[in-house]
Design a protein around this ligand. Sequence first.
Ligand code: GDP
Ligand code: MG
Length: 196
Amino acid sequence: MIQAEFVISAVSTSDFPREGIPEIVFAGRSNVGKSSLINRLAGNAKLARTSSTPGKTQSINFFRINDAFFFVDLPGFGYAKAGKFAIQQWKKLIENYFENRPAIVLVIQLVDSRMSPTSLDLRLSEWLAKLKIPRMIVATKSDKLSNNQRGAAMRSISGLLKTQSVVMSSAETGTGCKEIWKRVLLAAAAMESTRE
Ligand SMILES: Nc1nc2c(ncn2[C@@H]2O[C@H](COP(=O)(O)OP(=O)(O)O)[C@@H](O)[C@H]2O)c(=O)[nH]1
Ligand SMILES: [Mg+2]
């Protein structure tokens, strides 16, 4: 059984928790399936709010997992109807978060397995590469693809995002969750060991 609890919905830097435990961040476009994947990994369908209307989450949500680390649900980007002001606010919050959190041990970047990564996905990927934060690319909603389509999607995504490893996931079937958990635990353990 995984113990998962909502901690805070942060709208500014002062809201960020101060525990200093490892943080595993879920980043990606609005509607890509961040909240659904967090729920699936935590084994609790009601933990993070999911929505079929994109652009709902405008805050950074922290969930404490097994009293050992945080899952961090970032507000999605690329929401077509978001105004300029909202986009600026979003950028400021995200940049503040990434640049001031030494406890970030892993960023799980989500892309939709059914489409080619967008220019926003590419920009996020390049920005994260510059920050030198360990990263894992997860292609969501793979339950919607056939086996052949999955292979083609993996090749196209890994080519565009310049990474060898892309994990296919599904919040519906649980595909990929084992592999994601493995990586999460490794990342969290790596931080623990550098502190000793
Ligand atoms: N078929 C399928 N639908 C998914 C999956 N993950 C998310 N969804 C759906 O996609 C929509 C957006 O999901 P959500 O988790 O709220 O995305 P977020 O905005 O990135 O947090 C919802 O309607 C979900 O039910 C998946 O793995 N498979
Ligand atoms: Mg969400």
